[in-house]
Design a protein around this ligand. Sequence first.
Ligand code: DP6
Length: 325
Amino acid sequence: MTVQQASARAHTNIALIKYWGKKDQQLILPMNGSLSLTLDHFYTDTTVIFDSSLKADQFWLDDQKHDAAKISQFLDLVRQHSTQRFFAQVKSYNHVPNAAGLASSASAFAALALAASQAAGLNLSRQALSRLARRGSGSATRSIYGGFAEWLPGTTDEDSYAVPLQEYVDWDIEMIAVIINRQQKKISSRQGMERVVETSPYYPAWVKSTQADLLAAKKAIQGHDLATLGELAESNALKMHALNLSAKPPFSYFEPQSLVAMRLVEKLRARGICCYYTLDAGPNVKVICAHQDSQIIKKTLQSVFAPDQLIEVFPGPGVQLINEK
Ligand code: DP6
C-alpha cells in the first residue's frame, strides 16, 4: 500500500467589494474583481491522503461522511496536473465557534488546494494555488492570502487569481460577526449569482460601479482609511443585495433581524462611531469597525442580540501547511 498525504489550514475571508456573478461557470471566472479581508477566527483544517488501496475518493467533514462528487471533481484537476493517480481520503474540520453558520467554501477549497497539491507531490506557487482554489469556489481564490487580497478577474484560467494587497494588517480594523441564523441558506451563492446575471436589469450597472468601488477601496486600504473603506463596503454590499431583489424571481438573504442589526449600526454611526456593515449570501451581518470602538458597538448590539451571537474577529493569515494528524 502506498500513501501520500498532507494537511493544510485556510482561513475564511469576507469580501468588502463583492464577487457576484460569473462570466464562465466552468472555469469560475468572475464578472468583476473583488476585494476581501481574511479573518483569524474561522478556518478549515484539511488532510488529503492519496492511498493506492482506495477504490473511490472519500470525503469526511467533521467526522461525518459526505458525498464526495464535488471534491472528487476538484481532485481530478490535481491528478491531471501531477503524476498522482490514486484516489484520496479527504478529512476536513471546520473551526467555526458555536456552529455559527459562517462556514465557508472559501476556507474549504483554499485548504483543499494546498493539502491536495502537496500530497500529489506538487509544490505550487501561491498564484497557482489561488488559481486552483478558484476552481472549487470563487471566493477561495482570495483565502490563499492573509489580510487584504484582491481577486483579479482575468479572462482565462491563467490570469484569474488573487494577489495580496496588505498581508499583515498593522492598523486598527476588525469585524464583529452578528450571528442571526445558523441554518443553511435556501439559495446558494452559486444559484443566486447565476440568477442575477441572467435576469437583473441592474446587472451592467453593478459591474461598472463595482469596478469604481474596487479602485477606491484599494486607495482607502493604502491610506488606512477605515471610514472610506467601510462606506464603500456597505454601499457595495447593498448594491449586491439590490440585485437579488431585482432578479426574476426575486430573492433576498435578509431576515428581520438582519435589518435590526443594520439599523443599530446606522444609529451608532449617527452618534459619531465609525462602523459599517456588510452581508454575504446569508442573513448574518458583519460590522466593520476599529478595535477601540468594539466594546461600545457590542454593548449597543447586545440590547437586541445575545452575547454568543456576537463574535469579534481580526485580520488573519493565509493558507499554510500544518502537522499531519
Ligand atoms: C457573496 O465563492 O461561494 O460571498 O464561486 O459559486 O462557489 P462559487 O461562489 P462563492 O460566492 C461568494 C459570494 C459572496 C461574495 C464574495 O465572497 O466575494
